[in-house]
Design a protein around this ligand. Structure first.
Ligand code: ADP
Ligand code: MG
Length: 677
């Protein structure tokens, strides 16, 4: 199969540069040369001067110009680490690790000494580390024990353009800490040093950052960029992994030397494409060099990860399989061809349940441009977009900051847990709406995470530490009391994917019939659980999945989420903690308790049957309709609870289970008490 790309004036002959062949002994010296050859090097002295003279500086520079690896070293060399470590925050763990390794090499000391990194469950820094790469999540956590972040002299907030919820929260925290430290210094505290803030971004929308940080000076670092030709597909591609596979082989057989970079959405996709490339590469004619897949993702050993930075053996070609980490966070040398699938996973957030990385979404135009740019770092390149030009035109210009699209309950819990009591007055760069904030506060109160004064309760503290959204965290905590944690973890995992059931329109009848076997009269939550049990009893057999219209890929993901949740409970909820949670605790056949448990987190997502046979939501009094995909579609039950509300032509509710209305006041006394229900 061939994929057609629009192509008018395609440059056939690309200049080719021989890879440098210098001995390993030269490494240190070579790196020094490399450092001095980076575009940022000529700005070294100006950067040092500006950071010394100003409290906040914004630095914008093309990806690969040397911001992340060089600026911390410049500041170190100029003595700015004399009173504390230089911290560099990253939204992604893999980037933090890789950058720390690289900079340790450049500085010439083993990783973990002068230069270290710190990510969740993995800390390679020591207290002597002068430069520390860390995820923004870790810095938020460090704030819990070091409110003024006194161990740091400079905080570099990198990849600011990504505008993750955590980065946005950090902006506000760091800004406030800088001021608090300054106030203490002015009061004569000699033990406290001022804090320097450096904001770094790969895109040009820096004015906003500057305004927020007291009109901080913006410095622009120009990069080196060769022209990149864009090739859009003629037709939309239904399966972008397959399209990427075909395109990679097309490039390999038709184009000049130079490595390929493919942007995919996650580890699972990366691994399946890696296998496919290996399988197909066997059939290449002997005259064509090898095509070597090099995946990069978080959960891989460092030797494998290092491979992506090493040149391919002569006569072969590497194809790097990456997520949007390769967009701006890390620069991979020798890329001449980019294959852009046009999709990504919205980082660390599944709007449904707040578990990491599940929503595959179209990227923004500015991401697409960044991806394209990766092909032109060292020579002119080609960017193959696996989508049409029309689809590109329909993309959003920029991604919407997470703070505008996520619910805020988890952010509020983080703020409160770091001692910020009045979150409505927090200095947000993009302010969430006041009503949104108040709604979230009320909800947290009803969930018993906040008390009457709006202070964090013990339950709330515990919920702040959970890797899921507050309502799910509450259900998990409740499950320890009701002794049904095993079932609750399973259902939360099942709810984390779109649907485990396939519903091909041509075979809808058959699919519905197959599902009957698993259907519980109590509704969707327990139906999901029955299906998981059946799936496990056949050990996830592929034929069984096909016969029963089960989405095998989603099911594997469910098992993965379940594993993560179990590990989390085991790690953090030891018997000595305030709320020990035993993930093995099962309620056996008494499954009604599981629904009561969910109600403790989802009391707002409930509706009552009306005399005219419609359902009216308890929150907001909306008329809601049970979605046709639900097992309770067309059924009349006294009270129902749902997982999500989707508005299309009507207010549809999905993930619906039946309740008794008498359970409601018991499940959330604070909520129903207020309403006199
Ligand atoms: P920026 O932050 O401006 O995007 P970086 O500081 O991350 O740029 O990278 C600067 C340069 O350092 C890159 O262009 C790349 O050539 C090189 N580099 C960075 N990390 C590595 C690595 N692990 N191995 C080899 N080269 C690297
Ligand atoms: Mg960078």
């Amino acid at each position: 199969r061939q994929i057609q790309f629009h192509d008018e004036a395609r440059p056939k002959k690309l200049a080719h540069k021989e890879p440098t062949t210098e001995g390993l002994v030269q490494k240190a010296k070579e790196l020094k040369k490399h450092r001095q050859s980076l575009p940022i090097f000529s700005a070294r002295d100006v950067i040092i001067k500006e950071v010394k003279e100003n409290a906040c500086v914004v630095i914008v520079g093309e990806t690969g110009s040397g911001k992340t690896t060089q600026i911390p070293q410049y500041l170190l060399e100029s003595g700015l680490a004399a009173h504390g470590t230089i911290a560099v925050t990253q939204p992604r763990r893999v980037a933090a690790i890789n950058l720390a390794k690289r900079v340790a090499d450049e500085v010439g000391t083993p990783l973990g000494q002068k230069v270290g990194y710190s990510i969740r469950f993995d800390d390679s820094s020591s207290k002597d580390s002068l430069i520390k790469y860390m995820t923004d999540g870790i810095m938020l956590r460090e704030l819990l024990s070091d409110r003024l972040l006194l161990r740091y002299s400079v905080i570099i907030l990198d990849e600011a353009h990504e505008r993750t919820l955590r980065t946005d929260i950090l902006f506000g925290m760091v800004k406030s800490i800088q001021k608090q430290r300054q106030d203490l210094i002015e009061k004569g505290r000699r033990d406290i040093q001022p804090l320097k803030i450096v904001i770094m971004s790969a895109t040009l929308d820096a004015e906003k950052f500057s305004e927020y940080f007291y009109n901080a000076k913006i410095m622009y670092i120009s990069g080196r960029q060769f022209p990149v030709k864009i090739l859009n597909t003629v037709e939309p591609q239904a399966d972008y992994v397959d399209a990427a596979l075909v395109t990679a082989f097309q490039i390999h057989q038709e184009e000049q030397q130079g490595d390929i970079l493919i942007f995919l959405t996650g580890q699972e996709e990366i691994e399946s494409l890696e296998k496919l490339i290996e399988e197909y590469a066997v059939d290449l004619p002997p005259s064509v060099g090898k095509l070597i897949p090099c995946p990069i993702f978080a959960a891989q050993d460092s030797a494998t990860q290092q491979r992506i930075f090493e040149p391919a053996p002569l006569g072969t070609r590497k194809v790097i399989l990456a997520t949007n980490i390769a967009e701006t966070s890390i620069t991979i040398p020798n890329i001449r061809y980019v294959i852009d699938t046009g999709c990504h996973k919205s980082r660390g957030y599944n709007a449904k349940i707040g578990i990491e990385s599940l929503l595959v979404e179209p990227i923004s135009k500015s991401s697409a441009r960044q991806r394209m740019g990766r092909a032109g770092r060292e020579a002119p390149g080609l960017c193959f977009r696996l989508y049409t030009e029309d689809s590109f035109d329909q993309l959003e210009e920029d991604a919407i900051p997470e703070i505008k699209r996520c619910n805020l309950e988890s952010a509020i819990l983080s703020l409160k847990a770091t001692g910020i009591d009045d979150v409505t007055r927090f200095d947000f760069m993009d302010r969430p709406s006041k009503s949104g904030l108040l709604r979230s506060l009320e909800h947290l109160y009803a969930l018993e995470a906040l008390d009457d004064q709006g202070n964090l309760t013990d339950i709330g503290k515990q919920m702040a530490a959970f890797p899921v959204d507050p309502p799910y965290a509450k259900v998990l905590l409740q499950s320890a009391k009701m002794e049904c944690t095993k079932e609750v973890i399973e259902i939360i995992s099942l709810l984390s994917v779109d649907s485990i059931f396939l519903a091909p329109s041509a075979k809808r009848e058959e699919a519905n019939e197959a599902r009957q076997k698993f259907t519980s009269i109590d509704g969707d939550h327990l139906t999901l659980l029955n299906t998981l049990r059946a799936y496990e009893s056949v050990k996830g057999d592929r034929d069984w999945c096909r016969e029963n219209f089960i989405n095998a890929r989603h099911m594997r993901h469910v098992l993965d989420v379940r594993k993560q949740l179990i590990q989390f409970c085991e790690r953090t909820c030891t018997p000595s903690s305030t709320f020990p949670i035993d993930p093995k605790k099962s309620c056996g056949h008494d499954l009604e308790i599981v629904l009561k448990c969910f109600l403790a987190g989802f009391f707002q997502n409930t509706a009552l049957l009306q005399p005219d046979s419609t359902y009216k939501s308890i929150l907001g009094g909306l008329t809601v309709s049970i979605h046709p995909s639900s097992t309770l579609f067309g059924k009349k039950r006294e009270a129902i609870m749902y997982n999500e509300l989707v508005f299309t032509t009507k207010h549809y509710i999905r993930g619906v289970s039946a309740l008794e209305s008498a359970w409601l006041p018991l499940a959330a006394p604070k909520y129903f008490g207020q309403r006199g229900a």
